[in-house]
Write a new protein. Structure first.
Length: 354
């Protein structure tokens, strides 16, 4: 055990068993996986326009939304984290703030929902204050009550992801470690051995056995989440050093989307552990966030000069969002019928006009 009570070496056997069981189900389905019936085609995405704009979110000072998550269980609801240290839950259908969650002492870096059938709905927030806070929904009152504060790390929390089994979450930190936490008992169950460099981003493979973390030296490390052992190390061969500040696995599990420089992104082919394609966004574009949609047909990049949406495989640019503005994050709505974007104190929804 570490001084924080976490386990070094591997995850508990019961958690490994749950991961293996989920992996068998998901990896078998992946081989036959196709886009859901009725999924939004690329020709429609090209016609998307702003259909809703939600303004005056968070405080005016310090202004700025830093993170965005859209609910899958209640698709009109979304979470934002801000420079004002606050997490907000908002319903776009009623134009009401459902919850304002406070307690962090520095800006919010990441927000996430844990939404699983038969489990309490949780909201998680990761902060530059080195902690993660978890709130749980009280169905009777409709309010969110604090469940725990995770204080495992000694550095800024740079990544947050919910595992496909829905009962654990993973964090990455600038303290050169990542950790795994039980969302039922709220106990820390794993912390990695320190790496040689800080971790600057994190994502979990859709089949659940792999975890990827970015570094400030261009490299992406991929670990077996069950054992903490390195499974692969990905590094561009000719790029000047840059920080891998965002990562996104494709839903079919074959690809990993990540910055390839400050102003370009790479699509890594995980079957060959090499870059399959690179998209140059222009020298004045700084990448803030990358995201695959659930069908692995589209990928989005948010940055200092707006957002871009591309078609996977053809790499055609389908849409530009808020060209010239600094967009902190993007998210896809159900069936790819919406794209959500956050900038300054505003969240916009792009979709087909009614």
């Amino acid at each position: 055990m570490t001084e924080n009570g976490t386990t070094e070496g591997s995850l508990p056997a019961s958690v490994v068993s749950a991961i293996d069981e989920k992996h068998q189900v998901l990896s078998a389905a992946r081989r036959k996986r196709k886009a859901p019936q009725g999924y939004t085609p690329a020709e429609d995405v090209k016609q998307f326009a702003v259909t809703k704009s939600i303004t005056a979110l968070h405080s005016a000072s310090p202004a700025g939304i830093t993170s965005l998550a859209v609910s899958t269980a209640h698709p009109t609801q979304f979470l934002t984290g801000g420079n004002d240290k606050v997490v907000q839950l908002y319903d776009s259908s009623t134009d009401k703030i459902l919850a304002t969650l406070k307690g962090h002492t520095k800006k919010i870096n990441h927000v996430a929902f844990r939404e699983a059938e038969g489990e309490q709905r949780l909201i998680l927030s990761a902060s530059a204050d080195k902690t993660v806070k978890i709130w749980g929904l009280d169905e009777a009152s409709g309010e969110y009550a604090p469940k725990t504060t995770i204080r495992t790390h000694k550095g800024e929390i740079t990544g947050l992801a919910i595992h496909p089994i829905n009962t654990i979450a993973a964090l990455s930190s600038a303290d050169k470690t990542y950790s795994v936490h039980d969302l039922t008992t709220f106990k820390d169950i794993f912390r990695s051995n320190p790496s040689d460099e800080a971790f600057t981003s994190l994502d979990i493979h859709p089949d659940g056995t792999l975890i990827a973390v970015g570094t400030p030296t261009s490299t992406i490390q991929i670990y077996d989440i069950r054992t903490g052992e390195i499974a692969a190390s990905l590094s561009p061969t000719d790029a000047a050093p840059f920080t891998v500040n965002t990562l996104s696995f494709s839903e079919n599990g074959y690809h990993l989307l990540a910055p390839n420089s400050l102003s370009s992104v790479a699509i890594w082919d995980l079957r060959k552990t090499k870059i399959g394609h690179t998209i140059d966004l222009g020298e004045d574009f700084k990448v803030n966030k990358v995201k695959y949609d659930i069908s692995a047909q589209y990928l989005a990049v948010a940055g200092s000069k707006g957002g871009r949406v591309f078609a996977h495989k053809t790499w055609e640019e389908l849409l530009r969002l808020d060209d010239g503005s600094d967009v902190a994050g993007l998210a896809f709505g159900p069936n790819g019928a919406q794209i959500w974007g956050a900038q300054n104190r505003e969240v916009k929804i792009w979709s087909l006009s009614a």
